[in-house]
Design a protein. Structure first.
Lengths: 374, 257, 392
């Protein structure tokens, strides 16, 4: 190679060698990159072939899809009894809510879904109206619709009849609706320079985060009636709802506090330089940005909350998991496959819901991160 | 002038520090290094320049096998680089590398950063490793920082530590991958001065950089790469004073105002 | 307080300090009012229903039995004693959960990072299932759908006659320590001490001469070999009491009840999913340049992991990992749903139902968990402050 060199003609672009590109390359890189990897690949494929087909068969081919009672399921013991689910579907959905009034549950859920979509959609117009509607008008509407009101001609439906998916959703929603404002207040309180405010916030947050959720529910269940006068005896459903809201508020407070800490100091200074007082600065500049930044965190909180609502079954509330368990205990359907069927169905429901929400949260996070690269 | 479209048959030269013969590399389907032929003699200083995406970083990362080439031969100090992990480790002991982002180990002190490899790879006693480290830290003019942590140093100081760390392994060849691109302007000089000192001591160096002043001062040859291929190689005086290839002229007109 | 000349007096109403005092005073008044309101109602309600107001119930006879206990307890024991039984059970589940979930979580987390696509995806499926289904559902599944469906004792599943599995529990061989068994423990302690000594001497030798010694292998050989040797030399002093079928049930052996097994198994598999994500995030957070720089210096892959990657990753992993440990302790309270007698089931369940002393019982129960949480958080903060990466 001589010391000096000038290229005369451009080098031809060659196709990558066969092992380098396309499917073969992928296989080599990801499945067979070393001896150990090859062994693993073969071993895992063998394992899945051994384990997966029976499970899939249990859920599909060998399953009983339709039957009026448990006889067929008892006969076919190596398949799921989906027939049970089909038969009990309304119960799993509404609990014992009277059939004629079930449209009220559907209406409440649809309105809620629309409002949430409005709040979570990044480019939605006039979010402020949506917020006011969701946090103020919707709870009242939901209460009136679900509970009933003689004044409006809606028959009262006792909360003892409420059950199923809608109670789980209701608990999680109530948790979010009431814990979000409380959580924001607690987060601001924790950052406050006033010692009484800060101490009170810290105590509340640390206590709620340091104890198991079940103890909070027990506390709400047993102690709420004691702390209120006889005349105000709280409803059986109301107690776990209160416990859920109080518990969720502490975790949400920490999320919001995280968002506030990420706010560049310049935002505070800019707002103050413009002459905004504390309340206006928070409401117009800081909180909108901070809350948007923690939407993924809040959604994650909601997912966790939704999973935690299963605990209210322990204090006697008929949530979705409890209805599944009750349905599985029906003597007409008793059989060895019933319990597994019920839990498999519940697991699929929770999985789809939570996984879906977490995908949304990840997408939101990516979009926010992209937007923040100013 | 060499005609590059004729097939190049080069017999390996045992006195060369590094030889790259017909080297091709693909990232997936993308042909990122195209028929690279380059020989670096001992004590020679090569500067590689070119637009971003031209493959210059990839080139030097192939030399110490941080990247793998798919075709051709890379021979370091008479030994060909293959997939044999022991050969790779052996080669890396004699090649030092300085990165654009310093890559100092933040959980170790400066001294520990420099003694880590001598102790665990060359199996030196601690006292000897520390003595060597202090020697090189003094050489890069920051011996007083030995017990600090990287996070406590400025960018220029960190890069000088990175140079010292590489030198502690007593390499025969030093590779520099855009060593000053991450530095604030006022710190670039201190690092370049260190590198000039190294060159004057006779170290074989391959430097990927945009600092043309450094190239003019120190390089024996300047290599211009574009689009994965070597376009022009020449001594600095010729390269900057009389560029031959069109693309070289275009690049220099953009770099040097 | 003399004011510098030239400062105008602001009205008290707008002075931020005064406003601060005023709002705090207001808050204190509101909180006080709430406490008094609640307290008065509680007093009235509790006396009206004959609920005890003090801690007198602590020394009353419990009157119920607990089938799984680590300390002696009978139905004649006090409620206070029942509290301690529950606390020890919670501690056992918590400790076991932490000890088992950590290696499983780390293994799954590392699998998730593997270059092998199948292994990484399999680990991902595991993690997503664990994280997206409620823990209670998982516990109920293991308890009701798996363990309860095991055969009855007469048809127990047996593993070589040593281990039996049926719907009453898992029966392991119960070790009976005979004459000379203590030497095994002595041998183990000596082996650990010797391993430490060897490690220390190897370090010194490396500092002196640079030579390396296979510390890990030697330590492992010592800790396994010495006790084994002692066992043989002492004449094999450990006998195993195996479970055997009598009439309708198994007797003997070490019985692990299905409630305990379901709780521990469920907690471990669930938390391992979260630990796996923490480990993965920690390792990914170490910049790629670190391993490149180590490789460029000639460090082997093992040395790179040990000296460069793992120390940095562990810094990031430790705080959320500790959080998960706390979660294991808190989540063990779900024992109440499957009937394992932990602190919540015994104290906040049975004792509360019997004495109706809701306020006292809940305060004590929550106090226990709160104490554990605060102590661990404090320890973590101290550890973090000491080991933080030094910055400018």
């Amino acid at each position: 190679m001589t010391a000096a060199f000038v290229r005369a003609a451009p080098e031809p672009v060659l196709a990558a060698p066969l092992l380098q590109r396309g499917a073969l390359a992928w296989l080599r890189e990801n499945l067979f990159s070393s001896l150990w990897s090859t062994v693993l690949t073969i071993g895992l494929i063998a394992l899945s072939l051994w384990v997966l087909p029976p499970i899939i068969a249990w859920a599909t081919v060998d399953a009983v899809w339709s039957a009026p009672d448990g006889a067929l399921c008892r006969a076919q013991q190596d398949g799921a009894c989906w027939a049970l689910i089909g038969w009990k579907f309304d119960y799993l959905r509404y609990g014992s809510y009277p059939m004629d009034e079930r449209w009220r549950v559907d209406a409440t859920e649809i309105v809620g879904a629309i409002l949430i979509a409005w709040l979570l959609w990044p480019r939605a117009p006039r979010r402020l109206i949506g917020i006011a509607l969701f946090f103020v008008a919707y709870p009242i509407l939901a209460f009136v619709l679900l509970h009933g009101s003689t004044a409006l001609g809606l028959p009262i439906v006792d909360t003892a009849l409420w059950g199923g998916v809608f109670v789980s959703l209701l608990t999680a929603l109530v948790g979010i609706v009431f814990s979000l404002p409380l959580g924001v207040l607690l987060a601001l309180g924790r950052r406050s320079r006033l010692p009484v405010v800060r101490t009170a916030s810290v105590i509340y947050i640390e206590v709620m985060r340091g104890v198991p959720f079940i103890t909070v529910l027990f506390m709400a269940n047993n102690m709420l009636p004691l702390f209120l006068p006889e005349a105000w005896a709280p409803d059986r459903l109301l107690r776990p709802l209160v416990g859920t809201a109080l518990f969720a508020a502490a975790y949400l407070a920490e999320e919001v506090r995280g968002g506030l800490q990420l706010m560049p100091k310049g935002q505070f200074e800019g707002a103050m330089a413009l002459g905004l007082n504390y309340r206006r600065m928070m409401a117009l500049v800081i909180l909108p940005q901070a809350l948007t930044m923690v939407i993924p965190g809040i959604v994650n909180n909601f997912i966790g909350l939704f999973k935690d609502t299963t605990l209210i079954s322990i204090v006697g509330t008929l949530d979705f998991l409890e209805t599944v368990q009750n349905a599985a205990k029906d003597p007409i359907w008793a059989g060895p496959t019933i319990a597994a069927t019920g839990y498999a169905f519940a697991a699929m429901f929770y999985f789809l819901f939570c996984f879906g929400m977490s995908r949304y949260s990840i997408a939101m996070e990516r979009r926010l991160a992209a937007g923040r690269r100013l | 002038m060499n005609d590059a479209s004729a097939p190049v048959v080069v017999t390996p030269d045992k006195s060369a520090a590094i030889e790259m013969i017909g080297v091709h590399k693909w990232f997936g389907a993308f042909h990122v290094l195209r028929n690279i032929n380059l020989a670096v003699a001992r004590r020679e200083r090569i500067v590689i320049c070119g637009p971003s995406g031209s493959g210059k970083s990839t080139l030097i990362r192939c030399v110490n096998r941080l990247e793998e080439h798919q075709r051709g031969k890379i021979i370091v100090d008479g030994m060909e680089l293959t997939n044999d992990i022991r050969r790779i480790d052996e080669a890396r002991r004699d090649i030092g590398m300085v990165f654009q982002s310093f890559n100092l180990f933040p959980h170790l002190t400066i001294l520990e950063n420099c003694t880590l490899a001598p102790i665990w790879v060359r199996r030196l006693p601690k006292a000897e490793a520390e003595e060597i480290a202090m020697r090189f830290l003094t050489r890069v003019k920051i011996p007083e920082q030995a017990n600090k942590y990287p996070g406590q140093l400025s960018g220029g100081q960190q890069q000088r530590v990175a140079i010292a760390r590489a030198l502690c392994m007593n390499p025969k060849i030093m590779l520099f991958d855009e060593p000053t691109s991450s530095l604030d302007p006022e710190m670039v000089k201190e690092v370049l001065d260190t590198m000039v000192g190294l060159a004057e001591d006779g170290m074989t160096m391959i430097v990927v950089t945009h600092e043309m002043g450094f190239a003019r001062q120190v390089a024996d040859r300047v290599v211009f790469m574009d689009n994965g291929e070597i376009v022009e190689i020449n001594a600095p005086a010729e390269f900057f004073g009389n560029p031959r290839h069109e693309r070289t002229k275009l690049f220099l007109s953009q770099i040097l105002r | 307080m003399a004011e510098p000349a030239g400062l105008t007096r602001t009205s008290l109403l707008n002075d931020p300090k005064m406003r601060g005092y005023a709002s705090q005073a207001l808050l204190v008044l509101v909180l006080l009012a709430l406490f008094l309101f609640a307290g008065r109602n509680a007093f009235v309600n509790m006396t009206a229903r004959g609920i005890p107001l003090g801690l007198g119930f602590w020394d009353q006879t419990a009157g119920f039995d607990i089938n799984q206990k680590l300390i002696p307890y009978t139905p004649q024991s006090t409620y206070g004693r029942a509290f301690w039984v529950g606390l020890w059970n919670t501690a056992l589940v918590g400790a076991l959960g932490i000890v088992l979930a950590t290696p499983l979580g780390f293994a799954v987390g590392i699998a998730r990072l593997s270059r092998n696509w199948i292994l990484a995806k399999a680990a991902m499926v595991y993690v997503e299932i664990m994280r997206n289904t409620p823990l209670l559902l998982q516990l109920l599944f293991w308890y009701n759908a798996v363990l309860k469906n095991l055969p009855s004792p007469r048809q127990s599943i047996s593993l070589g006659g040593f281990v039996f599995l049926n719907d009453r529990g898992l029966y392991l061989p119960n070790p009976q320590f005979g004459e000379g068994a203590q030497w095994i423990l002595v041998a183990l302690v000596l082996a650990v001490a010797a391993a430490f000594g060897f490690w220390y001497r190897a370090r010194q030798r490396q500092a002196m001469t640079g030579a390396q010694a296979p510390v890990a292998l030697v330590s492992l050989a010592l800790c396994l070999g010495a006790p084994a040797l002692a066992y043989i030399l002492a004449g094999r002093p450990i006998a195993f009491d195996l479970a055997r079928l009598t009439r309708f049930n198994l007797t003997g052996g070490l019985q692990l009840y299905p409630e305990f097994a379901a709780l521990v198994f469920g907690l471990v598999t669930y938390t391992a999913g979260f630990i796996a994500e923490i480990v993965r995030a920690g390792v990914l957070a170490v910049p790629k340049g670190q391993s490149e720089a180590a490789a460029a210096l000639g460090l082997s892959r093992r040395a790179t992991l040990r000296l460069v990657i793992v120390p940095q990753a562990m810094r990031l992993i430790t705080p959320p990992l500790t959080s998960q440990y706390l979660n294991i302790v808190k989540n063990s309270s779900l024992a109440v749903a499957i009937g394992y007698p932990d602190l919540v089931l015994i104290f906040a369940g049975t004792v509360l139902d019997q004495t109706h002393a809701a306020v006292q019982v809940m305060a004590i129960t929550m106090g226990v968990y709160l104490t554990i949480s605060l102590v661990v958080s404090l320890a973590l903060n101290l550890y973090g402050a000491r080991n933080a990466l030094q910055e400018r």
